[in-house]
Design a protein around this ligand. Structure first.
Ligand SMILES: C[S@@+](CC[C@H](N)C(=O)[O-])C[C@H]1O[C@@H](n2cnc3c(N)ncnc32)[C@H](O)[C@@H]1O
Length: 257
């Protein structure tokens, strides 16, 4: 399932192989596709996310950040901030919007986030965060692991921008590997959600986005490889907590010395 990324080197760990149904041109084609699809569907994202998670997404994100150790006064980098669903909860927990910086390559998603958030934001990729070394106490990334070009490079970057003792918290959906749970989830994400979004949203790409989500989830590297990549980047106590059998929370600590 894992494959070498010829654009970034032999140690690279791509989250999933190329999905030629959606884009051509290897890594460059994938990056352009991902940026375009998020830019064009940004106005629909929150509505569809609420529909998909039955309105629990906000509550769940906050609980996950708390579980990972986010506390008042911490300085946070929220990678892949999107429309700000994780960043908003982080602001509530740390106590000030000035302490949370959002990072995302999609100007469309960022514009949506800034409708209700006053946090500093940076346009950029998680793989090359335009941030100084060792400035954050906590780094979050919600539902974007599958959109990275290379987990090895990105996790090293996360390690670089965290202070010693800093924590990383990566949220991702990991469908059950087999069985009825997987069949039902596939039907829901790849079948029912796209139909509902076609009926209720503005942009045709929104339905397509959820099909793409499922296909990336289905072909994503297994959790053990994500944990290995975190350890290889220097995170100690890398671990995975699973909620409801499919919401994975990967955490780790940058050692204090
Ligand atoms: C599914 S949305 C998740 C948004 C938000 N974190 C949440 O929990 O709802 C994925 C986001 O990842 C961003 N993204 C895609 N590729 C990225 C990359 N290489 N580095 C950082 N963010 C990326 C997209 O622009 C999009 O805003």
């Amino acid at each position: 399932m894992a494959s070498t990324n010829r654009d970034t080197g032999p140690e690279a760990l791509r989250p999933h192989p190329d999905l030629e149904r959606y884009y051509a041109g290897g890594e460059q084609g994938r990056r352009a596709f991902v940026r375009d699809i998020f830019d064009s569907t940004a106005g629909d994202y929150d509505r569809v996310e609420r529909m998909m998670a039955f309105g629990t997404g906000t509550w769940y994100r906050r609980r996950a950040l708390e579980r990972a150790g986010l506390k008042t006064g911490m300085r946070v980098l929220d990678v892949a901030m999107g429309t700000g669903l994780v960043a908003r909860e982080a602001v509530a927990l740390v106590g000030s919007p000035d302490l949370v910086t959002g990072l995302d390559p999609s100007a469309g998603m960022m514009r949506q986030a800034l409708r209700s958030l006053t946090t500093p934001v940076v346009l950029g990729f998680g793989e090359q965060a335009p941030c100084r070394d060792a400035v954050f106490d906590f780094l979050s990334m919600g539902y974007a692991l599958r959109h990275l070009s290379d987990l090895t490079v990105t996790f090293r970057e996360f390690h670089r921008v965290l202070k010693p003792g800093g924590r990383v918290c990566i949220l991702e959906m990991t469908p059950p590997r087999a069985g009825l749970g997987r069949v039902l989830l596939r039907l829901y994400v790849r079948g029912i959600i796209p139909v509902l979004t076609r009926l209720t949203t503005r942009h045709a790409n929104t339905a397509f986005l959820w099909q793409y989500f499922w296909d990336t989830m289905e072909t994503c590297v297994p959790p053990a490889q994500v944990l290995d990549a975190l350890r290889a980047a220097g995170f100690t106590d890398a671990s995975r907590y699973v909620e409801l059998g499919m919401f994975s929370e990967y955490t780790g600590t940058k050692s204090a010395s």
